[in-house]
Design a protein around this ligand. Structure first.
Ligand SMILES: Cc1ncc(COP(=O)(O)O)c(C=O)c1O
Length: 379
């Protein structure tokens, strides 16, 4: 797969948890689609629809959904979560259980329901039993548990099977922001009893920004009121003269108008690569790289690991700090690393490296060596 990635030679790319570089086939698909639009417009629209169908099929297989009808194509993770937040029929006094490590997409949307009398409970998941803490936050007024499968700053991976089973047992809906795991780890929406799953394409799925997946289990979908309307979300879309419309039974009901066909072409190409390699292989390669990084961090007395040490608690994110150093030091180190073309992030009070399956081990080793060297030079 080496021919699929040809980053500039001076770049050490360790930022798949933010925005990933595209594979060659994705760049090609976009170029071909642009040229086609330029030369013949939408003459081949039926072919475009086939690509869209293929994308839904790939997403269905990626998350092990029972049907492609359960997949809606939306703009981003935040939009998917908003469809849940503004679709559920809340009652005064309801609460939502989440965690204290969430990216703002999975916090702000729930906080915005405060005016409706809905409370967000952010459970502390820093301890040894994060799932236990989340489940302990559930009470008789809990309608929904919403968590990230992998936390963006610490890289903590939650046990979705355990959480999903606990929600199911208690009659609570289970919503997963899966953007930090889809495309990096195997995912089974059925097995973990997820009711809703949202994820944009631009991280581990290696696609563009602005096109995302929103999964809804049929029984859970039926509980969501609609917040957007248009020609495309009705059962008989395309039958423009019909006045007695009803929303599509499938997740297309969440797609009010024309699709992001450019994004669809790009995302379909990216997922074709992941599917060709196979997610079990991708996952093993990602975990192998993060384990290498974790071991290297643990071997350096100056460093402390922010990411959990336990391999089962990790995905593609490794965050580390220099012991005894403050936030300003890490902010400066981050800028220096970026100046040295180590593409990374400043998260969790430290430096976040996030390699994908294709990242060379030499890239990982060199990026860590550079971080240590720059930190020593700063003394
Ligand atoms: C856990 C998590 N959720 C959501 C997002 C982004 O959401 P959106 O797709 O709405 O931009 C990020 C981006 O860093 C993230 O880490």
């Amino acid at each position: 797969m080496d021919e699929e990635f040809s980053l500039d030679a001076d770049i050490l790319y360790l930022n798949h948890a933010a925005v990933a570089p595209w594979p060659k086939r994705t760049a090609e698909a976009v170029k071909v689609f642009a040229e086609e639009n330029h030369r013949q417009g939408s003459v081949d629209y039926p072919r475009w629809l086939n690509i869209e169908r293929a994308l839904r099929g790939r997403l269905q297989r990626l998350i092990h959904a029972t049907s492609a009808d359960d997949i809606a194509l939306v703009k981003n993770t935040s939009e998917g979560l908003s469809l849940v937040a503004y679709g559920l029929p809340w009652q005064d006094g309801d609460n939502i259980v989440s965690t204290n490590q969430e990216f703002p997409s999975n916090r702000i949307v729930w906080e915005s329901l405060r005016d409706r009398g809905v409370q967000l409970r952010c459970t502390d998941i820093a301890g040894d039993d994060p799932e236990g803490a989340i489940v302990a936050g559930i009470d008789a007024h809990t309608r929904l548990v919403s968590v990230s499968s992998v936390q963006y700053a610490t890289g903590l991976r939650l046990d979705l099977m355990r959480l999903g089973a606990a929600c199911r047992e208690r009659g609570v809906l289970f919503c997963v922001d899966a953007i930090q795991s889809l495309g990096a780890l195997c995912f089974d929406a059925e097995a973990c009893h997820a009711d809703f799953v949202a994820a944009d394409a631009h991280k581990w799925m290696l696609g563009p920004e602005g096109v995302a997946m929103f999964y809804s289990r049929p029984e859970a979908r039926a509980q969501l009121g609609l917040v957007q309307y248009g020609w495309h979300m009705v059962e008989r879309a395309g039958d423009f003269d019909r006045t007695d419309w009803k929303p599509a039974a499938s997740a297309r009901r969440f797609e009010p108008g024309s699709p992001n066909m450019l994004g669809v072409h790009a995302m379909e190409a990216s997922l074709s690569l992941l599917e060709q390699i196979g997610m079990p292989t991708v996952e093993a390669e990602v975990l192998g790289r993060t384990s290498r990084l974790v071991e290297a961090v643990l071997a350096e007395p100056e460093l402390e690991l922010v990411t959990p040490r336990d391999a089962g608690r990790r995905a593609g994110i490794v965050t580390f700090r220099f012991r005894g150093r403050d936030a300003e030091f890490h902010a400066r180190l981050y800028r220096q690393l970026m100046d040295h073309r180590v593409i990374c992030a400043h998260r969790g009070g430290g430096i976040r490296y996030s390699p994908h399956f294709h990242t060379g081990t030499d890239v990982i080793d060199e990026a860590l060596r550079l971080a240590l060297e720059l930190a020593r030079d700063a003394n």
